[in-house]
Design a protein around this ligand. Structure first.
Ligand code: NAI
Length: 337
């Protein structure tokens, strides 16, 4: 039976890279009924709302969305749509795989999945200035909140993910030696969850600064990493950098009910409409989605085709040093299926 999936083409290069991805999935025989919906600047232009109710209703119905990048109009008063989606659907896990595929990079053999807690920590938005004398901004504070509930579900998610994907190890990354309460609780709960998984998967602990150093010295020692919001934000860009940058990095935001899959990069306004955007990240996000849907074999087949084209280096888009258009690159991947 065909699976309904909400498709949000997005802004800038979004429509062309999502179209390329839909074409690839069709060619691979994915049985999906796409429900195309608006968000971002395209939605503002069409209906005056960056996140229309029809789009939310579609995601509520399908519980799955493949999303192109959205333009966030800085300073125009509307909140980030990505944050709004995360909050609306309680998408607590941000999952970012980073795998060495492109030849000639500084590192080979990187295959890391970073699981970032997406709803708590220092990013809850509780911040204020403290006035001293006449200085309104004499000091500032940002509150980090870690809950047992939030920590438990992300640790559990990382362990379950690791087992389901045949991974060997989960590394809990923290700073509990200094932030004894918030990071301390994250680690305490992590250890409790780890005890439940003893014998099924190796679980280790690393302090975030040591982890950052090791990631650029011996990245191949890492497998699945689970960490809090701020550390995950920083380390996930670091791991993307190890494997060729944001252009080839997919990401997913997972909740108990809904999964939203996307590229990590933005709308690339400088190349929008030129037909030269690299669709790899959205294509890999679609593979993450198929895997999430239980269609692991199909996901693997598509991913292998993408990796083959990248390794051959004959049909690469401009950002990767080639001359292929979005269409030519997509044709090359389809030919490799
Ligand atoms: P960006 O990622 O759009 O672009 C940075 C550079 O990378 C540009 O030179 C661009 O041409 C290049 N690039 C990015 N993706 C590419 C691709 N697939 N193929 C070839 N080249 C690519 O970042 P920027 O310029 O900071 O942001 C532009 C807009 O995107 C902003 O409105 C921002 O808010 C939004 N954005 C949206 C995100 C999302 O919806 N998930 C994530 C990041 C930014």
């Amino acid at each position: 039976m065909s699976t309904p999936v909400t498709l949000i083409p997005g802004d800038g290069i979004g429509p062309s890279i999502t179209e390329a991805t839909v074409r690839l999935l069709d060619a691979a025989g994915a049985d999906i009924t796409w429900d195309s919906q608006l968000a971002g600047a395209a939605a503002v232009t069409a209906v005056g709302d960056p996140l229309p109710e029809a789009t939310l209703a579609s995601i509520r119905r399908t519980k799955l969305a493949l999303k192109g990048p959205l333009e966030t109009a800085l300073g125009k008063g509307f909140r980030s749509i990505n944050v709004a989606l995360r909050k609306t659907f309680d998408l607590f896990a941000n999952v970012r795989p980073a795998k060495s595929v492109l030849p000639g990079l500084r590192f080979d053999g990187v295959d890391i999945v970073l699981v970032r807690e997406n709803t708590e920590g220092l990013y809850i938005g509780v911040e204020n200035y403290i006035k001293v004398g006449t200085d309104e901004h004499a000091a500032a504070q940002s509150i980090a909140v870690v809950t047992r509930y939030g920590a438990e579900r992300i640790h559990r998610y990382a362990c379950e993910y690791a087992i389901r994907h045949g991974r060997r190890k989960v590394t809990m990354v923290h700073k509990a030696n200094i932030l004894k309460y918030s990071q301390g609780l994250f680690l305490e709960v992590g250890r409790q969850v780890a005890s439940e998984y003893a014998g099924r998967i190796e679980i280790e602990e690393r302090i975030v600064d040591a982890c950052a150093m090791e990631l650029v010295m011996r990245p191949e020692r890492y497998d699945v990493i689970v960490t809090t919001n701020l550390f995950g934000d920083i380390l996930s860009d670091l791991t993307s950098g190890l494997v060729g940058g944001l252009g080839v990095t997919p990401g997913s935001n997972i909740g108990n009910e809904v999964g939203i899959f996307e590229a990590v990069h933005g709308t690339a306004p400088d190349i929008a409409g030129k037909g030269v955007a690299n669709p790899t990240a959205v294509m890999l996000a679609a593979c993450q989605m198929l895997d999430y849907m239980g269609q692991d074999a199909l996901a693997q087949r598509i991913q292998t085709a993408i990796e083959t084209v990248l390794r051959e280096r004959k049909q690469l888009t401009r950002d990767l040093g080639g001359t292929a258009t979005t269409e030519q690159y997509t044709d090359a991947v389809i030919a490799r299926l």
